[in-house]
Design a protein around this ligand. Structure first.
Ligand code: NAD
Ligand code: GLY
Length: 362
């Protein structure tokens, strides 16, 4: 097991990564404020892991409330969030009852937002069960639900008390979801960690076959990168925006195609290729660099172009991006591979050209 720390002062918390951390209740028990927890999960993850998680807690005298949500990005909304509040109230959960997110990024984002709101703030713990959630969404305290007009539009910054990332849980993850998670892993290399990108270029296949040591290394390295950025800029006034590489285009794809149609990581991969093309158009990176990025995504089985929604529709949806300032679109682009910047240098015409060139995917 490796342990990292998100050094946020009084709100600092550990991330334990490795095989078997899920079954070690001793890692979790010291973080509870009362002998009661509410575990939020979904209809896919519950049959796989809920009883395995709850049984030792109950044996240790902890009351475990089970909240099982429908599975899917299309349920990351007000209605589903409200069912969490209904259950918490029905089971008389208090402000000291810890909410535990057991699932992927959808469960993590919704549980975190519910915890931020419930009785003005209840403690919460992340137990991420997808690669994407283990390397990204469980760390850093972004919580949210979607709005029909835009991804993650309603939410809060609210940090967990603990993150437990068990690589063994990925053995049941569908291959497509594993590959989607790799998009966010590759992201760290592309924006700020060239040596990690080179490691990924050499070791990608070890991750695709779920080799535990390789997974543990990639998850730790990703979380180290994320923790450094979050500690420097928790509320995204600057550097944290770099973690949104490809997301302005990607969120437009997810919203435009209907939530759940394109996986988040797939949309991020296609969006990253658009950002790379734009950086090349601005003369910041070369065509060879673009091909290098494309090659890695292709090896990960990720799309390198977006769906053909029309550049105008993309641009309309992209106006809802949280980086828009005074009505002006700002994008994460590459100064070079391994060094991203937030920039408003691209023109509307330039962006439209890139979208047209990179949106042929069926
Ligand atoms: P997800 O939560 O929808 O999970 C993917 C699928 O895998 C679901 O069907 C889920 O039920 C299933 N699943 C989860 N764990 C499993 C397991 N171990 N075995 C078998 N099946 C399993 O998707 P995701 O990719 O984890 O997360 C995407 C979400 O995360 C998006 O909503 C995105 O906006 C959000 N996100 C948030 C942040 C953040 O910083 N908060 C960062 C990145 C992404
Ligand atoms: N996933 C982007 C962030 O946490 O800032």
């Amino acid at each position: 097991m490796e342990t990292l720390n998100v050094a946020l002062g009084e709100r600092a918390y550990p991330i334990h990564v490795g095989q078997g951390v899920f079954d070690r209740s001793a890692l979790l028990l010291p973080h509870l404020r009362q002998a009661k927890v509410a575990v939020v999960t979904n209809t896919t993850v519950a049959p796989l892991y809920l009883q395995r998680f709850a049984t030792p807690l109950r044996a240790a005298g902890i009351e475990v409330v089970e909240i099982i949500l429908p599975d899917g990005e299309q349920f990351k909304n007000w209605q589903t969030l409200n069912t969490i509040f209904d259950s918490l109230l029905e089971h008389r959960c208090e402000r000291s009852t810890t909410l535990i997110a057991l699932g992927g990024g959808v469960i993590g984002d919704m549980t975190g937002f519910a915890a931020a709101c419930y009785q003005r703030g209840a403690p919460f713990i992340q137990i991420p069960t997808t690669l994407l959630a283990q390397v990204d969404s469980s760390v850093g305290g972004k919580t949210a639900i979607n709005h029909p007009s835009g991804k993650n539009m309603i939410g809060a910054f609210y940090q967990p008390r603990l993150v437990l990332a068990d690589t063994d849980l990925l053995n049941t993850l569908p291959d497509r979801e594993l590959r989607a998670g790799l998009a966010e892993v590759i992201k760290y290399g592309l924006i700020r960690d060239l040596p990690f990108l080179e490691w990924l270029e050499t070791n990608l296949e070890r991750l695709l076959v779920l080799e535990p040591e390789a997974l543990e290394y990639a998850i730790c390295r990703s979380c180290e990168n994320k923790a450094e950025v979050v500690v420097a800029d928790e509320h995204e006034n600057g550097e944290r925006a770099l973690l949104n590489l490809g997301h302005t285009f990607g969120h437009a794809i997810e919203t435009g195609m209907g939530y759940g149609e394109w996986l988040h990581g797939e949309a991020v991969a296609a969006g990253t290729m658009m950002a790379a093309e734009l950086s090349c158009q601005l003369g910041w990176i070369s065509a060879v660099d673009v091909i290098r990025i494309e090659r890695l995504f292709e090896r990960a089985g990720l799309p390198v172009s977006g769906p053909a929604m029309g550049a105008d529709r993309y641009l309309e949806l992209m106006q809802h991006d949280k980086k828009v300032q005074d009505g002006k679109l700002r994008l994460v682009l590459f100064k070079q591979i391994g060094q991203a910047v937030v920039s408003d240098a691209a023109s509307q015409t330039g962006i439209a050209i890139v979208i047209a060139a990179r949106s042929s995917h069926a």
